[in-house]
Design a protein around this ligand. Sequence first.
Ligand code: NOJ
Ligand code: MG
Length: 542
Amino acid sequence: MWSASLAAGAWYGRGVRRLCWIAAALSACGPPGPKVPVTSALTAGEGWHRRVAIYELSVRSYQDSDGDGIGDLRGLIQRLDHLAELGVGAIWLMPMFPSPLKDSGYDVADYLGVHPDYGTLEDFERLLGEAHRRGLKVMLDLVVNHTSTEHEWFQSSRASRTGEKADWYVWSDGPGPGCEESNVIFGEERWTFDPARGQYYFHQFFSSQPDLNYRSPELAEAVLGVARRWLELGVDGFRLDVPHQYVENWPKCWHQPQTLAFHQRLREEVDKAYDRVLLGEVCCGREEVLRYAGSDRLQLVFYFVGMHATWSAVKWGDASKLAEHLRFAVQNTPPGGLHANTLGNHDIFRTPTTMAAEASGLKLAATLQMTAPGAPVIYYGEEIGMRDGATWAVDIRDYARTPMQWDDTPSAGFTTGTPWLALSEGTAALNVRVQAGREGSLLSHYKRLLALRNRSLALQEGAYEPLATQSSSLVFWRRHPAGDRLVALHFGASGTIAVRAEVPEGWSALVDELSGEEVGEVRGAVWTATQPARAGWVLKPR
Ligand code: NOJ
Ligand code: MG
């Protein structure tokens, strides 16, 4: 099952818990591996994605600069300082291309342009320059399983059965076969009749999103050309939308060998430019995800099972699935590939909902995200604990796409006009200005964590070595010649636990880098401590 549809299934109310449980359970699928010890250095090699946290944002909801209530590129430029101060190293922009917005921009009408709501190509180039000046990488969302029906490619394909682009989409005289994979929120209909061409076209998403036909060499070349064009302009990489769905061998529509083969070609294209990165939204089983990662395919892959496992650790105080997920990801992700650690995204409820968490739970989840092996991908607003909204413009996933909250004024500093989507609740406390000035706020915690991570090679790429613990706890080493770190996380919501680790000689006392305080005691090269509920420590020798 596709995670976004899985998560989006959550929008149907009561289904949410059941689906989250199923998803969480998936993380325990596969042969149980040894719980301890697992030591595996992350693969060697350059690449900015190995060092920095990525920040996903919606241009539409980040900052409006012209009072029309819609976020735009100039607004985003005004907020780059927030991102640099936060400590992220890259931004991933949700689709900002021309689009009828029937799927919030995931229905692209022109891959090479900028949606007029957001500005112009010149604005984008300025954004790129301003981001780079601050050391921020910029990733675009490459949505090339399908286009919008409004894309010129589709207009041309539907207009003629013999034209140049006749086979750029998947056409059939009658409704063709379905897919064995379900796609809950988009409906099960897979073929739609097009009166202009007098044939049916195939789509895995809404009928306004016809699937591209990668069996056409010209189409495949055109998609590579789109990537090339943005790379030439200077973008640092792409987040790939549903990269497992490009080629169908009905009834199998996902994970087909031809799809994998295309990713190798795309990677070759990307590697012609210097240090550019592909991040794949691959779904869902972890053995399948692995196949997309590696030095000749994508550098980064989401493992949504890991996200669900993190939710259950925070929600239920049980980190056993999380421990198993991390062990699996570290041991099995092929060389040159790395898993991304994420807590939320634009398709699912926000973290206070999914983790049923208050500030201490959100802080702990962030501590995990920034210290565990893998690349952190933060969803905008997570750093201030933004909650779900209560209205939507396009579909119910808009709950998680409300305007960013910058201050406690009526429109939260997002716009001087009327926001395109009502703000979520709690803006008085859940905003950047208030939290920036408050020691102990979630935002301060994120900043401290990211600063820590940014200066610690151990946290960025240290070997991962988990220790045996109780199920409510996760204790692991990040080992690196530049200096080891010991991380101890207690997910339980109440009570204390005893934690213990053998420490190297010379570690006579351990200091938590987050609080600056010494914790526990060392006797005979063994450190012991009593850890309170929801505490997360990042430890180094004093
Ligand atoms: C996955 C995206 O995350 C989602 O938002 C979108 O609706 C579908 N792909 C279709 O592009
Ligand atoms: Mg605007």
